[in-house]
Design a protein around this ligand. Structure first.
Ligand code: SMG
Ligand code: MG
Length: 373
């Protein structure tokens, strides 16, 4: 397959409610899409970076720069298959979200050309997968309880609360008391705590949580190991797991019970599937994380979550959890907190031309030049 051009597109989707985490507040999703054009057809990928380097070191202006200057040129105009993308750009350090978007666009084009779904390519077996919803930090408890009530009415049976120092035991207790012991409840701190908080975090054991996600800095494996020894709440890593190697190391050193797999964070769906395999080999349950994706990224995440080790509900909520108008047909959650896995070729969805045009704020076409080929 010959890569003949790449289009980068920025789209802006306003959020239905601001989404606040321990690292910031988002009012709209400014997503970066990659459209790969090849001699056998085109494919789509979504870069999950955000505007600022606050979830990780990546940010969208940086992703555009590294794609344009370093990741696209070695592939442009050449024969390429998706499996070769990562090794051919491995000399460029880091920038996994940018790499993931490029690899996904090429993988999507390749799969569409053979009418193969991404789910079947990855070894996905489920036709529908359990999903949950991530709930941002709110100003007051009544607002939080109202928001959670709405999601439960929508069909969600698993709630993840964003926490930070000062917004942890009280909101978790309020949600547990209000909705009862059967609600599947978990928390995500996005690295907001430090080792002095260890004893405080053990108090979360009272609330029957499914897991606590990434309480400490991404490089602070020792605090995760210590908390795991002190607390009965299962420890899940997100930001720390940047590769299959990092997953294996974290598991071997006893830093986690569960792994959140985000394809963008680890450099793509092929590496994400390897992490699934590493975790399965160690009996570590996994679930699919989310980065407030448009329908493009959401479709691909559903394909990944169809793999058999994804036993916990993913952060793959319905499009209307975040957006009034997505750029694809909206994804919906059913009354049993599940979502259907796309079955069409590649990622199984296409941007709706009018919706894409309305959301696009910037686009750049990068052609193959004679010198590149
Ligand atoms: O896509 O529903 C979603 C977002 C889920 O909470 C979510 N993601 O650390 O897991 C996480 C956060 C990061 C969000 S940054 C945009
Ligand atoms: Mg997280």
């Amino acid at each position: 397959m010959k890569l003949t051009g790449i289009e980068l597109l920025r789209v802006e989707l306003p959020l239905v409610t601001p989404f606040r985490t321990s690292f910031g507040i988002e009012h709209s999703r400014n997503a970066l899409l990659v459209r790969a054009v090849t001699d056998v057809g085109e494919g789509w990928g979504e870069c999950v970076s955000i505007d600022e380097p606050s979830f990780s070191s990546e940010y969208t202006d940086g992703a555009i720069d590294v794609l344009r200057r370093f990741l696209i040129p070695p592939l442009m105009g050449t024969d390429v298959t998706a499996i070769e993308v990562a090794p051919r750009i491995a000399a460029i350090k880091g920038h996994r979200m940018a790499k993931a978007a490029l690899e996904t666009a090429i993988l999507d084009a390749e799969l569409r050309s053979t009418a193969t779904s991404l789910a079947s390519r990855l070894g996905g077996i489920a036709s529908s997968v359990p999903v949950g919803v991530s709930v941002g930090i709110r100003d007051t408890l009544p607002e939080l309880l109202d928001e959670v009530s709405g999601y439960i009415e929508d069909g969600y049976r698993r709630i993840k609360l964003k926490i930070e120092p000062g917004w942890d035991l009280v909101p978790v207790r309020a949600v547990r008391d209000h909705f009862g012991p059967d609600l599947m409840l978990q928390v995500d701190a996005n690295t907001a705590y430090t080792p002095v908080d260890l004893r405080h975090l053990v108090k979360l054991d009272d609330f029957g949580l499914t897991l606590i996600e990434q309480p400490f800095d991404e490089e602070d494996m020792r605090s995760h190991i210590r908390l795991r020894a002190m607390s009965s709440t299962p420890i899940c890593l997100d930001e720390s797991v940047v590769s299959a190697r990092a997953a294996a190391d974290a598991i071997i050193m006893g830093a986690c019970d569960i792994v959140n797999i985000k394809p963008g964070r680890v450099g793509g769906y092929l590496e994400a599937a390897r992490i699934h395999d590493v975790c399965a080999a160690h009996g570590i349950p996994v679930w699919c994380g989310g980065m407030v994706e448009t329908g493009i990224g959401r479709a691909a995440n559903l394909a990944l979550a169809a793999m058999p080790g994804f036993v916990l509900p993913g952060d793959i909520s319905a499009s209307d959890r975040y957006f009034d108008h997505d750029i694809t047909e909206p994804f919906v959650v059913d009354s049993g907190s599940a979502m259907r896995v796309p079955t069409g070729p590649g990622i199984g969805v296409d941007p709706l031309p009018d919706a894409l045009a309305a959301a696009t704020t910037w686009r750049e076409w990068i052609p193959a030049t004679d010198s590149a080929g």
